[in-house]
Write a new protein. Structure first.
Length: 177
């Protein structure tokens, strides 16, 4: 059976944040200094948005705007899509796939407590990202139209016909039981 790993165990516990009133230049400098691709926009510890490198490129550079005159609040994505710290990693990965995002703030009682990224998930569970991306490409919400190759998360046996069953990729022998 698959280990039930909570996001809390793999998340970054001190995500880098920025105020909504900061300029895009300030945001870019923080991202460069910290070697990161996103910042959580916060107001008194409460996440209100997220700004990514892609936002800087598509909303500022591509529009030929002056970064020192554009504020983070004007280009951030809001509202924040987030998960609680005890959410299962597999569920967080599905949410990321469905929403086509690579980073999820982790929020508890309204406060930012961490950040989980696609890279965090890949480090502990490399095949999960491949599966969730295929899940999204297929356009199904509850199971795949055709089987996936891999090891059954219920019994561990290799199968070419794995399908989602009760949040597990299961072989035909283990499905529905």
């Amino acid at each position: 059976m698959r280990a039930r790993i909570p996001v809390l165990e793999i998340m970054t516990h001190k995500p880098v944040t920025i105020a909504a009133g900061a300029t895009v230049v300030e945001a870019a400098k923080v991202m460069r200094e910290k070697n990161i691709g996103s910042l959580v926009v916060v107001d008194r510890g409460i996440p209100t948005g997220i700004v990514t490198e892609r936002d800087l490129v598509t909303k500022v550079a591509a529009s030929d705007l002056q970064p020192s005159r554009v504020f983070v609040k004007d280009i951030m994505t809001s509202p924040v899509v987030a998960v609680p710290p005890h959410e299962e990693v597999a569920e967080a990965a599905k949410l990321m796939s469905q929403r086509k995002i690579r980073r999820l703030p982790v929020v508890e009682e309204g406060k930012l407590v961490g950040m989980v990224t696609e890279n965090d998930i890949i480090r502990i569970w490399p095949t999960l990202i491949e599966v969730t991306r295929e899940f999204d490409r297929a356009g199904f919400e509850t199971q795949f139209a055709k089987g996936i190759e891999g090891h059954c998360e219920a019994c561990g046996v290799y199968s070419t016909n794995l399908m989602w069953d009760r949040n597990l990729l299961a072989c035909p022998e283990c499905r529905g039981g």
